[in-house]
Design a protein around this ligand. Sequence first.
Ligand SMILES: COc1nc(N)nc2c1ncn2[C@H]1C[C@H](O)[C@@H](COP(=O)(O)OP(=O)(O)OP(=O)(O)O)O1
Length: 174
Amino acid sequence: MTQDHGTVAALPQEKQPQDLTLVFCRRRTADGPEILLGLKKKGFGTGKWNGFGGKVEAGESIEVAAKRELLEEAGVTATKVAKRGHLTFVLDSYEHIMKVHLYEAVEWHGEPTESDEMAPRWYREDALPFELMWADDAHWMPLFLAGKSFEGEFIFKPDSVSIDTHWLREASFE
Ligand SMILES: COc1nc(N)nc2c1ncn2[C@H]1C[C@H](O)[C@@H](COP(=O)(O)OP(=O)(O)OP(=O)(O)O)O1
């Protein structure tokens, strides 16, 4: 794990924070564990494989928002989720500082179904398409897959593709 904590650049003053969610479902198969990713079809991050999530709406709890976005985007109902990450993202191409609340769906049901926003697909956890995912994912996903919880900040370069500075550390959300 990279430990740049303390050396990361100051967050931009002109951007307001915005809460977003990101949820991952997992399953065990005869070939090993798999994780559900979705190909983003429109909006921010189009063309990337990611978990399911979006902005928390006014008056909505973060956990309710996480479950709502999973249902809207993948047709999957989560009855129990566990907070696994708190990640801050800063990109020139996004007007807010993203505060992303990352969850694992611990209990869920429903067959993943394509929506207007995401096309879901199960991936083996040892064969994730990191080259088609956000650059930060390669840093924290190993912690997620190992069952750990974490927090961190990722400040992207002006291209909004590669990471300029970051820190990442294990954390507890109990
Ligand atoms: C920059 O790095 C990122 N990495 C990862 N793994 N995920 C990210 C990154 N930046 C954003 N995300 C996630 C956070 C959210 O789950 C989505 C973005 O949400 P979106 O803009 O699609 O929110 P919605 O409310 O669904 O959008 P609409 O307002 O268009 O309905 O990406």
